[in-house]
Design a protein. Sequence first.
Length: 103
Amino acid sequence: MAQKANSYALRLGINQSWNSYYFSLGKKQADLLRQDKLIRDYINLTSRDVVQIRIERSSSGLFVFVSTTNVSYLIDKNNERLEKIVKKVQEIVDNKKLMWKFI
């Protein structure tokens, strides 16, 4: 049987970058990875046309960069969808300061 290599891992550093940027020590890393997975799953379920989600953590807060083909779906007239997503993500990360940027 042949050994398969992950195609995403082969492209890292050449033409793709990491999906998450942060540094953690010890057992905290497992919790952060679980939070990243929950955030990505929730955003992908609630919004369509999401191309990429990049998460950056720092001491000042959590940055979520969402690349989408249709921003108008997330940012509607009253920003109800966006506020709902932000509220749920803040529940996932225990109300840490949260910042968004749409690309």
